[in-house]
Design a protein around this ligand. Structure first.
Ligand code: MG
Length: 162
């Protein structure tokens, strides 16, 4: 059995606003994430973890922020595209684990919803997707509420031999 792992990381700046999108779930709060797309750091980290696992580069390769057609794009679209690429390479997703690092807003109550949403977009069971949240204990830019970051790892399994 061939298995592969991948890692992904992303960070986006915060500014004052009406809410942020994490794992394609809108979280009402006094901030907004700044980015070329909808700046969904969690989905961007998961995309890179999956692309890494199948040796297919990263989000910047496939969806460059120099390309106007990706401006304001919903990140759920990127995740579905990446899931298709994983499948085309002959792999299926075994597991995703992730952590969002955010001082504010408090994310605990949204985590079950985010997991469910990601599992739906990736066509996996909820048990195959884990989403955790940490603060940065007031340290650095994340602790200072200037940014939110996310890490993700993925495990994929070869299902087709080419
Ligand atoms: Mg990003």
């Amino acid at each position: 059995m061939t298995i592969r792992i991948g890692i992904g990381y992303d960070i986006h700046r915060l500014k004052n606003g009406k809410g942020i999108r994490l794992g394609a779930i809108l979280i009402p709060c006094e901030f907004e994430l700044v980015g070329h797309s909808d700046a969904d750091v969690l989905i961007h980290a998961v995309c890179d973890a999956l692309l890494g696992a199948v040796g297919a580069g990263d989000m910047g390769t496939h969806f460059p922020d120099s390309d106007e057609k990706f401006r304001g794009k919903e990140s759920s679209w990127f995740l579905r595209e990446v899931a298709k690429k994983v499948q085309k390479k002959g792999f299926k997703i075994s597991q995703i684990d992730s952590v969002i690092i955010a001082e504010r807003p408090k994310l605990l109550e949204y985590l079950p919803q985010i997991r469910k949403k990601l599992a739906g977009l990736l066509r996996t069971s909820i048990e195959q997707v884990s989403v955790k949240a940490k603060t940065n204990e007031g340290l650095d830019s994340i602790g200072g509420k200037k940014a939110i970051a996310a890490w993700a790892v993925s495990l994929v399994q070869k299902v087709k031999t080419k």
